[in-house]
Design a protein around this ligand. Structure first.
Ligand SMILES: NC(=O)c1ccc[n+]([C@@H]2O[C@H](COP(=O)([O-])OP(=O)(O)OC[C@H]3O[C@@H](n4cnc5c(N)ncnc54)[C@H](OP(=O)(O)O)[C@@H]3O)[C@@H](O)[C@H]2O)c1
Length: 442
């Protein structure tokens, strides 16, 4: 007779001899991931307990020269996700399709998945992670946010006990490089963009970066993990950096601020966040203000941990490979102990607040007629909308023309917009040249 407490015998599993991997995509990230597996083969084998073997690599264009044996490559990506001998798929293609369908089918075919795809996870993360969990599989996506900087795992694990009160991220290296050049070299946006393109930091079509889409995907992913429900992409307020000028950079600098493209998330209510991406004046004393060039950073404040900042290389072949291979090692270790997947699912349905409800300071630059009472008149308009002024600089541009820059105290976004509308209707205000939100020192 067997005791009720005796261990149950489970069907014998074939011993693992190697982790067999299929790679979908062999561009910047795919080549980096492959190289890291080769260069650090011994250490990776030691850490997992088994060697990693890349069985097949899926690409689109068979005519491109590749540095590896042609027999490794295929344009038939289905042959990878249908190959029963493959344990793990690295999805390094990008975009929602065909990557999304491939990830889903790979999971349904019993394969763990590691992806670097921010757009896919931002839009479909909840569904895919739930699917992975229900199948007892891993779906990891550390490389999707912040390249080589560990952000996803710390939010899922080490910081998970905190109530996060605010997250502020520089999550796009292209725009941070452009803004750094504008600040340090006095370059205008178009010149700084052209230089970034020449150096390979910006793509020929820079929309995804400079118009803030990339940052919006990343801050949405981080917020979805931190608040446990997927942030709908149409609930993320998004503005890019095309409106930032070298003149604004100079004024901001003189007033003690850096201009950064920030992704910012704050909880507003139970189950509701305000998520936004826009160029922002941030005090030079804030740790994130000194993050230069292509570097990325995430600063956050948790109720128990206090202030934390992560920074490092947010993109590029090697740093991104570091995150992909870290995830692969995690999967391998889990497989080695017969684990049934460690995907941490989150639901959909996080509510998002309108930017109208934001309370923040503003920077405003106006071109005005240089004549008596202009300032008093403008101050009256601000006052009528409960916007109070914190600082001001004025200079004469030419005979009868002046430029005024204001910083406001924190006020309601909708009140500031209403004041701008009234200012725009004034004859003495010739142009509303620019306005940006201002973060306070923490
Ligand atoms: N680049 C970075 O620094 C970075 C950083 C973090 C995250 N990521 C993410 O990593 C992923 C890959 O980015 P990447 O920069 O490596 O892209 P990439 O250099 O453009 O490479 C994409 C790869 O996918 C293949 N591919 C594209 N469409 C395909 C299709 N329809 N069928 C089969 N293969 C296809 C391409 O094939 P061919 O080689 O034949 O053209 C190429 O090998 C994206 O999700 C991106 O957002 C990138």
């Amino acid at each position: 007779m067997t005791s009720a407490l005796a261990p149950q015998s489970s069907p014998a599993k074939a011993p693992i001899r190697a982790i067999r991997v299929g790679i979908l995509g062999f561009g910047t990230v795919g080549t980096g991931a492959y190289r890291m597996l080769e260069d650090n083969r011994e250490a990776i084998t030691r850490k997992i307990g088994f060697p990693v073997q890349v069985v097949r690599i899926g690409i689109r264009d068979p005519s491109k020269p590749r540095s590896l044996d042609a027999a490794l490559f295929t344009t038939d990506l289905d042959s990878i996700i249908n190959d029963p001998s493959i344990d793990v798929v690295l999805e390094l293609i990008g975009g929602t399709e065909p990557a999304g369908a491939l990830v889903e089918r790979a999971l349904r075919n019993g394969k763990h998945v590691v992806t670097a795809n921010k757009e896919l996870i931002a839009k479909h993360g909840s569904r895919l992670v739930h699917l992975a969990k229900s199948l007892g599989l891993d779906l990891h996506y550390e490389a999707a946010v912040g390249g080589g900087i560990p952000l996803v795992q710390p939010l899922k694990h080490q910081l998970a006990g905190n109530d996060l009160l605010k997250m502020v991220g520089i999550l796009n290296g292209t725009t941070n490089y452009i803004l750094t050049q504008m600040r340090e070299e006095g370059a205008d946006f178009e010149a700084a963009l052209a230089e970034a393109q020449a150096k390979g930091y910006a793509e020929a079509d820079p929309t995804n970066d400079v118009d803030g889409f990339d940052t919006a995907y990343k801050i949405a992913i981080l917020a979805s993990i931190a608040f446990g429900k997927q942030v709908p992409m149409d609930g993320v307020h998004r503005e890019g950096i095309r409106s930032v000028t070298a003149i604004d950079m100079r004024y901001a600098d003189a007033l003690g601020y850096a201009v950064k493209l920030l992704g910012i998330v704050q909880p507003v209510d139970e189950d509701k966040v305000l998520a936004r991406v826009h160029p922002t004046l941030i005090p030079k004393s804030h740790p994130i203000a000194s993050v230069r060039g292509v570097y990325n950073a995430l600063w956050l404040h948790g109720d128990f941990v206090g202030d934390v900042m992560f920074s490092g290389r947010g993109a590029g072949s090697d740093p991104t490979a570091s995150a992909v291979i870290g995830d692969l090692i995690d999967v391998g270790r889990n497989m080695a102990v017969g684990g049934s997947g460690s995907a941490i699912p989150y639901d959909t349905g996080l509510k998002t607040a309108s930017i109208d409800n934001l309370e923040t300071g503003f920077y405003l630059r106006l071109r005005v007629q240089d004549r008596p009472k202009v300032l008093g008149h403008i101050a009256t308009i601000f006052g009528a909308h409960s916007v109070s002024l914190a600082a001001m600089e004025m200079k004469t541009l030419s005979q009868g023309k002046g430029e005024i820059v204001f910083l406001t105290h924190p006020c309601q976004e909708k009140n500031f917009r209403a004041a701008l509308e009234d200012l725009g209707a004034e004859r003495m205000v010739e142009e509303i040249s620019s306005s940006f939100r201002v973060e306070q020192a923490e």
